[in-house]
Design a protein. Structure first.
Length: 351
């Protein structure tokens, strides 16, 4: 009894079963047929003893067939191992490339999403800034119109003020001429009275007549003086109104100057907003170029993925071809073995 606890008869029975199934009775095949029990050394020893016990041409043909089958099996196994190694290598490379591609694609997509989000925020901010800029522009236009209107109104007020000044100057000139005329009349009347007092009494009648005339003239002059005083009062009133209009015009002019200063600040704010809009446009252009580069990188990774798939398909086709060749070689060896066995059977009776 062997050390593994199996008998030679067990090995022979397993060997016969494998031969009946057209399977080469190798040490591993016999051990598997025995239920993965027994020592390989013992199984090899029993198989060698069984081969030595088998004699005759048929046994020689069977030995050749087994050798060819063993050769074909080893070649097929070697081809299968090499193909498996290549397939595993290609698959490992493809899996690694797919992982890198997936990671790169995920990172690119995440970065693209981030850039897209930033672009959307910038577009919203740009839209808000454009809306504010449009509102500011409209306000600036309204203020410009108001400014021109106010300037025109101020110019009109200045013209009216100049006209009032001229009219006031004219009234003052008239008033001065009236006072001068009245003073001259008073002086002339005084001189005339002095001359009349120095005249002789014989000119009394003449003086009385002249006095009446003078009195009449005085009445007329007094009426003129009264009228001139009334004109002076009216001129003073007109002068007060003109001064009030001048004060109102100066107040409106100061308000217009304040509005002009405010409009200058608005213009500066509009210029700053325009510069910010240009900066936003440049940022959006840079983000667009970055997204284009990410898309190009994604296309390159996709092309590499397709190349790996094509390489895998090519390798699979080579493996299928090698399997077909191995099957054809196995079939050829089996046919050659059967032919050799048939020739051995024919040579046995003749000998």
């Amino acid at each position: 009894m062997a050390r593994s606890g199996i008998y030679k008869t067990d090995v022979k029975r397993a060997r016969d079963v494998l031969l009946a199934q057209r399977v080469r009775p190798s040490v591993d095949a016999v051990r598997i047929a025995l239920g993965n029990t027994g020592s390989k050394t013992t199984i090899h020893k029993y198989l060698k003893e069984l081969e030595e016990e088998d004699v005759g041409p048929k046994e020689i043909g069977a030995t050749i067939s087994e050798a060819l089958q063993d050769l074909v099996g080893r070649l097929a196994g070697q081809l299968q191992e090499e193909a498996n190694v290549q397939i595993n290598t290609v698959r490992a490379e493809q899996e690694a490339m797919e992982r890198r591609y997936a990671e790169s694609l995920a990172a690119a997509r995440q970065e693209a999403d981030q850039w897209q989000t930033r672009a959307q925020r910038l577009e919203q901010a740009l839209a808000g800034e454009q809306s504010v800029h449009a509102q500011t522009r409209e306000a600036l236009q309204r203020e410009t119109v108001l400014r021109h209107t106010a300037e025109q109104h101020a110019a009109d007020l200045k013209e009216r003020l100049a006209e009032n000044d001229l009219h006031l100057q004219s009234l003052e000139d008239k008033h001065r001429h009236a006072r001068e005329a009245l003073e001259h009349y008073r002086q002339s009347t005084k001189e005339q009275r002095e001359q009349e007092q120095r005249r002789h009494e014989h000119q009394v009648h003449q003086l009385q007549a002249e006095l009446r005339l003078a009195q009449q003239a005085v009445v007329v002059k007094q009426e003129e003086v009264t009228r001139l005083n009334q004109d002076g009062v009216r001129l003073v009133s007109d002068l007060s109104h003109a001064q009030k209009g001048l004060y109102d015009a100066q107040t409106q002019l100061r308000q217009l100057e304040q509005k002009v200063e405010t409009l200058q600040g608005v213009e500066q704010r509009a210029a700053m907003l325009a510069a910010q809009l240009q900066d936003r446009d440049r940022q959006i252009k840079a983000m667009t170029e970055r997204m284009t580069a990410v898309a190009a990188q994604s296309d390159a990774l996709e092309t590499r993925h397709r190349a790996l798939e094509l390489e895998l398909v090519t390798t699979q086709a080579k493996l299928d071809t090698q399997r077909v060749i191995a099957d054809e070689l196995r079939q050829y060896v089996i046919k050659a073995t059967q032919a050799t066995g048939h020739m051995s059977d024919m040579q046995g009776p003749s000998s």
